[in-house]
Design a protein around this ligand. Structure first.
Ligand code: DQA
Length: 145
């Protein structure tokens, strides 16, 4: 099974970006970890990042057309992008929202997710480990359907 791990704006800068909040693992490290974890679950994981809302919307359309499960870190788009929410709502396979930090423990504007209601579920606050839990959730969603 192919699984897409899609990352929104600024996540390509993991490692150097606010390490006190997002940890020391680089984006390359995240890609490596997701790919390795995917193998354990028997997934072919493809990890992507973009700063572009248009690009993210187009990837979600493609995933919907292909029935591809998605692990999605919408980053700041989480809090305001209705375009991304409407794209995610078209999903035809599990879509897990993930966050490295715990947005509820942070600024008020991070307390709202416009994506959460159209996701299969949300995992937040476990650092890079959030992606591992999300891939596990995809595996579970695929076997219990
Ligand atoms: C984030 C949380 C968002 O509030 C923030 O804008 C990000 C990353 C996270 O993974 O913790 O860019 O999605």
């Amino acid at each position: 099974t192919r699984v897409l791990v899609l990352n929104g704006p600024n996540l390509g800068r993991l490692g150097s970006r606010e390490p006190d909040v997002y940890g020391a693992t680089s984006y390359a490290g995240l890609v490596e970890r997701c790919t390795a974890l995917g193998k354990e679950f028997g997934f072919e994981v493809e990890v992507r990042e973009t700063n572009s809302e248009q690009q993210m919307v187009e990837w979600l359309h493609q995933a919907a057309d292909d029935r591809t499960p998605v692990v999605l870190n919408p980053a700041a788009f989480t809090h305001y992008s209705y375009a991304m929410r409407d794209a995610a709502a078209q999903r035809t396979a599990p879509l897990i929202e993930v966050h490295i930090s715990n947005p509820y423990a942070r600024e008020e504007f991070r307390h709202t997710s416009v994506i959460a209601a159209v996701a299969s579920g949300t995992i937040a606050g476990f650092g890079i480990g959030s992606y591992e839990l999300a891939l596990r959730a995809v595996a579970e969603q695929l076997t219990t359907r």
